[in-house]
Structures are given as structure tokens and as C-alpha cells.
Ligand binder design. Structure first.
Ligand SMILES: [Zn+2]
Ligand SMILES: [Zn+2]
Length: 360
């Protein structure tokens, strides 16, 4: 009797399967289809259906980690995310992170922030807070300050890539052409002080510069001064380089002035650089211009200690007095209030009064 029951049960089950198969399309093999709610071609592995033909809104793969994300989900599970983030320690809780202490993680750890903008708390001179944090990385290495720049300015210029091609005569003859870009860089402005025809070859974003200057925390005046050379002699707060009053070997700056933009900068063999008072952020005032390669800061034509033009400057435009960054006073340079070509002020025409360090 028991054997008969088992036999009947198997018959019934087999029969049901036959009926079920007969109801389907003949010769069809059902496969799994996965819901694709966000329409990115990737299906949700947790929402599937068995069918012969592809149902509307379903795809044949179950590869979508997040079916509400059009695009890809990063390792942190964020739709179109950038992956893990660098988090910097904010030990003093002021919202500014320490560039030297960091963790790479998806989620923000307690006591950490996403920026590395801490300056004063790290022992750096307060003047470094004026340096553009997008273009600079500045940190202490024992008793030295390491200043790294990408060489780009943080302000507008006609030297950003733009849709106007231009040609210039090369120093060795021939013509150097700067091709037109497909679109203007967001910081591009039409030339005003110069013209497309007079501009030097090369756009700012053609130079993928990396500059490093290492100076002592407490630079000292040297017993003898040292003349500056061609190439960078300092770094401006904007991110770009400071040059002296020469354009090249036996090429006086006078010849290059027509190529300077409204902020007295132009592109050169390796970088966009300033020769004269940079009107983009300093015009007859006491603003911080940057740091010279001997470690002393360079300020505008006026001094914060008196609010006027300092009268006690040495031949390099330097003196020791309080500044807006050091009320105790320290040696620093100024742009000298002496007219050049009747309308300009040369940034740094003198010698280094300290010991220059190479800008690599
Ligand atoms: Zn130049
Ligand atoms: Zn001063």
C-alpha cells in the first residue's frame, strides 16, 4: 500500500510539470532577468524574474550594486563616488587638518577633517596662511619648511588656455605657435594690458609644473649678499613663480614688458611668472606677495608697521620691522616704490640678503 502511494505521488508531480511546461511557449527555456530601475544597463541582483522573453525594465545581468545609481558605485558604496578620501587630523578642533597626519578611508574618522589647511597650529609661520591651499602644499620637515607648488596662479589671466591661436617669434628665430583650445579655461580673460599678438608662447595649463622650495624656519641674514639668477627666485602666494628684472641671458625685461598681462606676468620657458607688482592682488598696498628663495617674505610697496612706504629699506628693499604676520618684527622685503618705465614697480631687482635655496 505504501509503495502505491509513493508511485501515485510521483505521477502527480510529473503530471503537474508536464502541464506547466505545456502552458509555456514551445521550445522555450526560461532564464533569469534582473530589474534595471535606473536604466543604466545593469540589473539588480536581488530583484529578478524567470521568463522566456526579456520583460520591460529588466536586463540579463545582475551586476548593479545600487540600482538607484546611474553610473558606477565606488569602493565606498557611493554612486559615482571618487573612492576613498584622505582625512587629516584636526587635533585642536578648529576645522583645519594637519597635512602630516592622515588616514585614507571611506568614512570620516572622529577628529579628522577633509582639508589639510592647518598652518599656525603646526609651527609654520603665520604668513603661510596667505598661500593658496589649492596650489600649495606647505609643511615642516624638522627645522625646515617645505613649500611645494604646482606653479599655477589662483587668478584670471589671458594666459589660460583659450580659443584664440597665437604665434610668436622664437628666441632662436622661427615661429612658436600656441594653438587654440576647444574652449576657454574658466579663469581665462581677454588680454587688456597686452594683446594676443604680443603675448609670449604657451598657456598656463600647458605647464604641468611642480616646484619645491625648502627654507629654514628661521632664516638668517647672510654676511654677504648673493645676486639672483634667471628662473624662479621666489614663490608668490597665488601659486606661480616670482622672477627678477631680467627676461633671459642678455635680454632686458624692457623687451618683454609688452607681453606681460594685467598682473605683470607671462609664460616663460617653464612657467607662468611675475616680474612686476602683481595687480591681481596687490596694488600700492602692504599685501603679502610671496616668499623669496632665501626664506624672507616679500610684501607690497607699503609696510603694515606704519601703513606707509618704508623709508629705511636696504638695497634689496629689505628692513626689519613688525609686519601683519609678526608683531615682534622680522627681516622682510618690500616691492620698492621706484617707478620702472614710468608705470611699473619691479618685484625684486636686488640681491638676496640671506642664503638662497634652489627652487626645483
Ligand atoms: Zn619672464
Ligand atoms: Zn616692512
Amino acid at each position: 500500500m505504501k509503495n502505491v502511494f509513493i508511485y501515485l505521488s510521483v505521477c502527480l508531480i510529473t503530471g503537474l510539470l508536464v502541464v506547466s511546461c505545456e502552458e509555456g511557449v514551445q521550445g522555450c527555456i526560461k532564464t533569469a532577468w534582473f530589474a534595471d530601475v535606473d536604466g543604466d544597463g545593469l540589473g539588480d541582483p536581488n530583484v529578478s524574474e524567470q521568463a522566456c522573453d526579456q520583460p520591460e525594465g529588466y536586463v540579463s545581468n545582475g551586476d548593479d550594486a545600487d540600482d538607484t545609481c546611474i553610473g558606477t558605485v565606488d569602493v565606498c558604496g557611493v554612486c559615482n563616488g571618487m573612492g576613498e578620501t584622505t582625512w587629516y587630523e584636526d587635533a585642536d578642533g578648529n576645522g583645519l587638518g594637519d597635512a602630516t597626519v592622515f588616514i585614507i578611508a571611506c568614512d570620516q574618522p572622529e577628529g579628522y577633517v577633509a582639508n589639510s589647511d592647518e598652518m599656525s597650529g603646526s609651527g609654520l609661520h603665520p604668513a603661510f596662511a596667505a598661500f593658496d591651499t589649492n596650489n600649495y602644499t606647505i609643511y615642516l620637515d624638522e627645522d625646515m619648511v617645505v613649500i611645494e607648488s604646482n606653479g599655477w596662479p589662483n587668478h584670471t589671466s589671458p594666459y589660460w588656455s583659450n580659443t584664440t591661436a597665437r604665434s610668436a617669434s622664437g628666441p632662436m628665430g622661427g615661429t612658436l605657435t600656441t594653438p587654440a583650445a576647444a574652449e576657454n579655461h574658466p579663469l581665462f580673460v581677454e588680454p587688456t594690458a597686452t594683446s594676443h599678438e604680443m603675448m609670449a608662447p604657451g598657456n598656463i595649463d600647458d605647464f604641468n609644473g611642480a616646484y619645491v622650495l625648502t627654507v629654514p624656519i628661521d632664516p638668517q641674514l647672510a654676511s654677504t649678499s648673493t645676486s639672483t639668477g634667471l628662473g624662479p627666485i621666489g614663490m608668490a602666494v597665488s601659486g606661480s613663480m616670482i622672477y627678477n628684472d631680467e627676461e633671459g641671458p642678455n635680454v632686458p625685461l624692457d623687451n618683454a614688458v609688452p607681453s606681460l598681462d594685467y598682473t605683470a606676468a607671462h609664460t616663460g620657458p617653464q612657467s607662468y611668472h611675475y616680474h612686476l607688482e602683481p595687480k591681481a592682488w596687490s596694488d600700492d598696498d602692504d599685501k603679502l606677495i610671496g616668499i623669496i628663495a632665501d626664506g624672507f617674505f616679500l610684501y607690497g610697496r607699503k609696510c603694515a608697521s606704519t601703513g606707509g612706504y618704508p623709508m629705511d629699506l636696504d638695497e634689496s628693499g629689505g628692513h626689519t620691522s613688525p609686519t601683519q604676520h609678526n608683531e615682534d618684527g622680522e627681516y622682510h622685503y618690500h616691492i620698492q616704490n621706484e617707478l620702472y618705465l614710468n608705470e611699473y614697480y619691479i618685484l625684486f631687482p636686488g640681491d638676496y640678503q640671506g642664503t638662497p635655496n634652489a627652487i626645483r
